[in-house]
Ligand binder design. Structure first.
Ligand code: BG6
Ligand code: MG
Length: 218
């Protein structure tokens, strides 16, 4: 069997952390008098922490100094880390484990390509960090998705060219990053939202071994 590079986003693909990001951001937004709904939260998927704060402040047309922003960013991350500290393996999304197991058993390259600076502690909390040959996260890259840097780095570290790389993503920015890199993009989530993806599934539970074999052999 050929060997390919399988690159996973973290938030919304492996674990549903969007709810924890939402609660932490909402606390700050509401204190500033900014309405922050679940629809607004969609705008933050795949977006870096600093850019997320700018989007929220933009929603309320709130201006702030860099010192204020730094304090809110630190507060948000403290809150978020408190939430994820209680995470366990039962928060791994349906269907992810069988795919990781199959890829490992079939000697495929496995990487994480995430915007989050908290990716490593979260993978440790849910007990799957050892599946990943390579981890590239928000601490390692200068350019956020849709810039392809995070995926290009991951493929390079796995020693695979773009045409042998497959990216699983739940955000539009992430799908665009994979496409810009000329990798095979697999959207996890709403097919209308992620229509730019080469393949689409509502969740990993819909991905079967036949599909994985097709990706490896194509
Ligand atoms: C992405 C999430 O994976 O990571 C975003 O989809 C989040 O919502 C971003 O803002 C940065 O995460 P962190 O953990 O570094 O604040
Ligand atoms: Mg994501």
């Amino acid at each position: 069997m050929k060997q390919k590079a399988f690159i996973f986003d973290l938030d919304g693909v492996i674990v549903d952390t969007a709810k924890y990001h939402y609660v932490a951001w909402k606390k700050i937004a509401n204190r500033l008098g900014i309405d922050f709904t679940h629809e607004h939260n969609e705008l933050l998927k795949g977006v870096s922490r600093g850019r997320s704060l700018d989007i929220i402040l933009g929603l309320g047309q709130v201006e702030a100094s860099q010192a204020e922003k730094d304090a809110w960013l630190a507060e948000k991350n403290d809150d978020y880390m408190n939430s994820v500290a209680n995470m366990a393996a039962d928060e791994i999304l349906d269907g992810v484990m069988p795919v990781l197991e199959w890829l490992k058993a079939n000697n495929q390259g496995i990487a994480l390509g995430s915007a989050s600076k908290n990716a490593r502690p979260i993978l440790e909390r849910v007990g799957i960090i050892h599946y990943f040959d390579v981890i590239v996260d928000g601490n390692d890259v200068a350019n956020a998705k849709p810039d392809p840097e995070v995926f290009v780095r991951a493929a390079q570290l796995l020693g695979k060219p773009a045409e042998d790389s497959i990216v699983f993503e739940d955000s539009i920015a992430g799908i665009q990053a994979a496409n810009i890199a000329h990798m095979t993009s697999v959207g996890i989530g709403d097919a209308n939202t992620l229509h730019e993806a080469k393949h689409n599934f509502n969740s990993f539970a819909e991905i079967n071994i036949h599909f994985l074999e097709t990706l490896v052999n194509s």
